[in-house]
Write a protein that binds this ligand. Structure first.
Ligand code: ADP
Ligand code: ADP
Length: 230
């Protein structure tokens, strides 16, 4: 059962940079998937297609077997179901307080205020930032900001959660906490997609691995197949 499928995706940025080059990828529901590739390989560009922020120049994206149409209804469904935690939390946080930042996503999806706040409080507990709720985000540590941005994405209750380099720039203890959170999300049945440079992490964490180079998939399989087979 595939939750996301991408077929023959091509994408060129307005400045002429070709970022995706006929990329095809299928994501099984409920799995932990690692996407590995050097800087500039096209991982972030691909993820922006998975939640409809970017529209492919050629090719097709499917969510739960249905082709994404680049109209409001279809895009809202995708935004609800596919959340992205960007690498740098500073790009995702801009409100006056932690609670407002966490609630921004669910409010933006059109949820009523009570529901949005209830979900936000719940995900702040899960990420252990409930005591920070009235603090201005820019006073927080990097690890705290990271958890605020994760709480904001979780409050939208997406089925698929994409983590762009989730452990980059974190100390080992904080990285471990984030990985424990991912484990809990996986046990809840969420589909998790992680981009990373860390081969050891991909090997130990993922059910399935995709290797990306020059905007296309150059390898895929279980970690054992991808990393050990000659
Ligand atoms: P293979 O057939 O290539 O040996 P398996 O079917 O044994 O691979 O898959 C190994 C693991 O990876 C299984 O848990 C399977 O569900 C998972 N898996 C296989 N294909 C995908 C995919 N496209 N996306 C996510 N997980 C996958
Ligand atoms: P990765 O996430 O694997 O590091 P990206 O998807 O960020 O790769 O980048 C793929 C290619 O697209 C790179 O050549 C990168 O320089 C280029 N690129 C990324 N974002 C933009 C942008 N906004 N405008 C132009 N080129 C971009």
């Amino acid at each position: 059962q595939y939750i996301i499928e991408a077929y023959e995706i091509e994408y060129t940025y307005p400045d002429g940079t070709k970022a995706l080059n006929g990329l095809t990828m299928q994501i099984e529901e409920g799995r932990k998937i690692a996407v590995l590739g050097a800087n500039g390989a096209g991982k972030s560009t691909l993820f922006l297609h998975f939640n409809g922020i970017l529209r492919p120049g050629r090719g097709q994206i499917l969510f739960r077997g249905r082709a994404v149409h680049y109209r409001q209804h279809s895009l809202l469904e995708l935004r609800k179901n596919v959340g992205i935690v960007f690498q740098d939390p500073d790009n995702q946080l801009f409100s006056a307080s932690v609670l407002q930042d966490v609630a921004f996503g669910p409010l933006n999806l059109g949820l009523d205020r009570d529901t949005a706040l209830a979900r936000s409080r719940q995900t702040m507990r899960e990420t252990e930032i409930e005591t920070l709720q009235n603090k201005p985000t820019h006073f927080l540590s990097y690890g705290q900001k990271k958890r605020v941005s994760i709480a904001g994405v979780l409050a939208m209750e997406p089925q698929v959660i994409i983590f762009d380099e989730p452990t980059a720039c974190l100390d080992p203890r904080m990285a471990q906490k984030i990985l424990e959170l991912l484990e809990r999300l996986s046990k809840q049945g969420k589909t998790l997609i992680m981009s990373t440079h860390d081969v050891d992490l991909a090997y130990s964490w993922a059910d399935y691995v995709f290797l990306i180079k020059n905007g296309t998939v150059v390898g895929k399989g279980s970690p054992q197949q991808v990393f050990i087979r000659p």
